[in-house]
Design a protein around this ligand. Structure first.
Ligand SMILES: [Zn+2]
Length: 309
């Protein structure tokens, strides 16, 4: 009887020590990770309950859905929302079928899923981001969305693409899906860097449009339009890119292409700001060592007490 109780106590203490060793480092690792994980079902549940609440315009509604899905978002603009969400997914230009508006799910398999934000972009206006929605479902009819302005409850996107012909049907509006990854992003603000691009002046150009493509991806990561000078500085996640610079306002096509690499900026006190981990690695290691020592001491004490009885 006495022996059993002693064994149980010994086992419990051993378990406690293991737990302490396991959980102590995990707690500190958690404090250092600022990544959010997207839950498309939570975003969809929010959208289904709020598509007609009249709160906020299209981008604000999508931002609220994505926030419900676990990624805190606000929406200064459709384009602002796109830029904010880029680290959390991969943008894909969706391929229309049977004309310009019908988005077939099979044709676009792997590029879009329910819960993904959708971005309507007018190519005629130099890739202007004009509307945002949330993909609600994909069935044999095609892609459906939840949206504000106008409120859509699982409505076929076909109508949307037609409606947002911008402002006349002659404008070509295309649809991008930001296909969200359901794991923490590998890019965080600390992984951002800058690159300055310059290009040759084109006679007669009113301004320039710069489109930046990540290496091996044909969906632009960002578009800067109406640049009046022949250079610009871009802030991007570290990586290899190709830029396509087009002169606006000239009749002949004038496009220049540049390849460049962005190196992550060194982390400084200022840039890390409030994301700075509360405890640095060295302090954490010291703390864990101390915890283990205290635990070992306590266990020895208890063991000695048990043996003495
Ligand atoms: Zn347009």
């Amino acid at each position: 009887m006495f022996h059993t109780a002693r064994t149980t106590l010994r086992r419990a203490l051993a378990g406690l020590l293991c737990a302490a060793l396991l959980f102590a480092p995990m707690t500190f690792a958690g404090a250092e990770t600022a990544g959010y994980v997207y839950d498309p079902n939570a975003a969809l549940a929010y959208a289904a309950n709020h598509w007609n609440d009249g709160v906020g315009q299209c981008a604000a509604f999508v931002a609220a859905c994505v926030t419900a899905g676990g990624i805190p978002s606000t929406s200064p603009s459709v384009y602002g929302l796109y830029r904010h969400l880029l680290p959390y997914g991969t943008p894909y230009l969706l391929t229309p079928s049977n004309g310009r508006y019908y988005i077939n799910g099979t044709v676009n398999a792997g590029k879009v899923a329910p819960g993904d934000p959708l971005f309507f972009v007018c190519e005629t206006c130099g890739n202007t981001y004009i509307h945002a929605a949330l993909c609600s479902s994909i069935d044999s009819d095609g892609l459906h969305d939840y949206a504000h302005n106008n409120p859509h409850n699982n409505k076929i996107v076909y109508e949307d693409l037609k409606h947002y012909s911008h402002p006349q049907p002659s404008h070509k509006v295309v649809l991008y899906a930001l296909h969200m990854s359901c794991e923490a992003p590998t890019v965080d603000p600390a992984g951002m860097g800058t690159a300055t691009l310059s290009w040759d002046a084109v006679t007669g150009a009113e301004s320039y449009c710069v489109k930046v493509f990540p290496a091996g991806n044909n969906a632009p990561l960002l578009t800067e339009d109406r640049i009046s000078v022949t250079s610009c500085t871009l802030t991007l996640p570290a990586g290899a890119y190709t830029a396509e610079i087009t002169a606006n306002g000239v009749t002949a096509a004038a496009t220049q292409t540049k390849s460049f690499t962005v190196t992550a900026a060194p982390i400084t006190e200022e840039s890390s700001g409030s994301d700075t981990p509360l405890v640095d690695e060295e302090t954490a290691a010291t703390f864990i060592r101390l915890c283990v020592q205290v635990f070992t001491f306590l266990i020895n004490l208890v063991m000695r007490f048990i043996r003495s009885r």
